[in-house]
Design a protein around this ligand. Structure first.
Ligand SMILES: [Zn+2]
Length: 157
């Protein structure tokens, strides 16, 4: 955090406390260069994230849909609810890196990336279901690559 007095980049946090009824964190900082003290507030970024469907329709990003998709893919597998929540949070974080508008194809691929690292069967299951929902070219390329590199049977439901 840049010092508002001397513009040096290095500072240390001398105090942190909850503010604004728990919706913010207030930090007192001290510049390492000039010892100037200043205050910063940390709040949730509520900029809305919107999802563009392959039809061109736009809808608000719905984290619960990501959790539901992950839950369906990992059903009967040793993946805990906590892990699903953490994966969904990570998916949202990753897609937000691209801005406040994201395509369903990117959301799907990001979910696939998450599942790849957690459970192979869930990964293949989500891949086979997802292709029915969205005909994105990127997705099919991903699926073909996966089928070439992992000639494993998909668990039957
Ligand atoms: Zn300073």
């Amino acid at each position: 955090m840049q010092c508002p007095s001397c513009r040096a980049d290095e500072c240390r946090v001398v105090d942190s406390r909850v503010a604004e009824e728990g919706t913010a964190i207030r930090r007192r900082r001290q510049c390492l260069a000039c010892s100037h003290r200043f205050t910063t507030f940390e709040r949730v970024d509520h900029a809305p994230l919107t999802v563009v469907k392959s039809s061109g329709d736009i809808e608000p990003f719905d984290r619960t849909k990501v959790v539901a998709g992950l839950a369906a893919a990992t059903k009967g597998r040793a993946v805990s609810a906590d892990t699903l929540e953490r994966m969904a949070t990570h998916v949202e974080d990753v897609v937000r890196l691209n801005g406040n508008e994201v395509s369903t194809a990117v959301v799907g691929l990001t979910v696939l990336d998450e599942l790849r690292g957690v459970d192979d069967v869930s990964y293949l299951r989500f891949a086979s279901v997802y292709k029915h929902f969205d005909a994105a070219a990127d997705f099919h390329r991903e699926l073909e690559l996966m089928e070439k590199s992992a000639p494993r049977a998909v668990a039957s439901d």
